[in-house]
Write a protein of this length. Structure first.
Length: 202
């Protein structure tokens, strides 16, 4: 089956349909980092006219399995009238919302992360919310305080990962909602979520 790309309900890329091609579609996914998907859509593409910044969601499937879901955040027209698009995955939602200053005494790492994500969801729009998945660190007790506003992703990196290591892993549930997981150690299953600069056209 290979890769297929959708923009909302509109098909953008199919490896066997000649009209639905993208120029240099490239997917990059790393643990703890906001994933990226870049491509150029030719002006002759059947769905060229529907492309807009930030809406709706871009989805990339490999053999029917969702590998990337995110939003277009930058568009630039080239000399030939084609449009280059840069996208970020749903982990980027955690950069949209600021976590207020806080103080925690003798709480667990897992509870700290859950509280960050709950505060994120309480402030985010419906389209920016995330599900909470497997969160390690229930057996690690910490005291933390934050004196300045930081976005949700930076809060987790600063107050958890910089002290205890670990990885943020983005997955998707059966409804294709983004799920945030935190694992202190990773295995072969977790590393399957990483895709390093994969050219979809190859």
């Amino acid at each position: 089956m290979g890769y297929r790309v959708y923009y909302g309900d509109y098909l953008l890329y199919d490896p066997v349909m000649t009209d639905y091609k993208l120029i240099k579609p490239k997917l990059s996914l790393e643990l703890t980092k906001v994933g990226s998907f870049t491509f150029t859509i030719p002006k002759t593409h059947p769905n060229f006219a529907f492309i807009e910044i930030m809406k709706p969601m871009i989805r990339v499937y490999l053999d029917g399995i969702l590998k990337f879901k995110g939003r277009i955040y930058k568009m630039k027209e080239d000399f030939y009238g084609n449009v280059e698009c840069k996208c970020e995955d749903c982990l980027g939602f955690l950069t949209d919302i600021l976590i207020a200053p806080f103080s925690y005494h003798s709480t667990s790492v897992s509870q700290l992360i859950v509280d960050f994500l709950n505060e994120h969801n309480s402030k985010a729009s419906a389209s920016q919310q995330v599900e909470i998945g497997t969160i390690d660190g229930n057996d690690i007790t910490v005291t933390r305080w934050g004196e300045t506003y930081k976005n949700t992703l930076e809060s987790i990196k600063t107050h958890v990962i910089s002290h205890h290591g670990g990885y943020i892993i983005l997955t998707y549930d059966q409804y294709e909602n983004p799920v945030i997981n935190y694992k202190i150690t990773i295995n072969a299953v977790n590393t399957q979520h990483a895709v390093y600069g994969q050219n979809l056209a190859n």
